[in-house]
Write a protein that binds this ligand. Structure first.
Ligand code: FES
Length: 108
C-alpha cells in the first residue's frame, strides 16, 4: 500500500562544473521542485502528493529528470516552466505529459 497517491522524485544531484556527465542541479531541477511543491501545497494536497528531491537517477544526459509513482512515468528535460503542466495534467488529471516523457528506448 502506498502512503501517497502520487510520489514525485526530482533528481537534484550536483556535480562539479565541467564533469562530463553533467547533472540535473545545473539544469534547473530545484526550481522545478520548488514550483511543483508550491502547487501541491496551494491545492491542499500535501497529504496525498509527495514531492521529494532525489540523488542521481542514472539518466544524467536527459536532465533534469523526474519520475512519478505509482505509474513509474519518467520525464526528461523538465524546467520550472513545465511544473504547471505536470501538476495539472498528470498529478490532478492522471494523464502523463507525453511531450516530456523519457521513453524506454532513450534510457541509459
Ligand atoms: S544527475 Fe540527474 S539523473 Fe544523474
Amino acid at each position: 500500500m502506498s502512503l501517497y497517491e502520487k510520489h514525485v522524485f526530482v533528481c537534484e544531484n550536483q556535480r562539479p562544473e565541467g564533469d562530463p556527465r553533467g547533472c540535473c542541479a545545473s539544469k534547473g531541477a530545484s526550481a522545478f521542485t520548488s514550483a511543483l511543491k508550491q502547487m501541491v501545497k496551494d491545492a491542499g494536497l500535501s497529504k496525498k502528493v509527495r514531492v521529494n528531491k532525489s540523488g542521481c537517477l542514472d539518466q544524467c544526459a536527459f536532465g533534469a529528470v523526474v519520475v512519478v509513482y505509482p505509474e513509474g512515468v519518467w520525464y526528461r528535460g523538465v524546467t520550472a516552466d513545465d511544473a504547471k503542466e505536470v501538476f495539472e495534467q498528470h498529478i490532478l488529471a492522471g494523464l502523463p505529459v507525453e511531450r516530456l516523457r523519457l521513453k524506454r528506448a532513450e534510457k541509459n
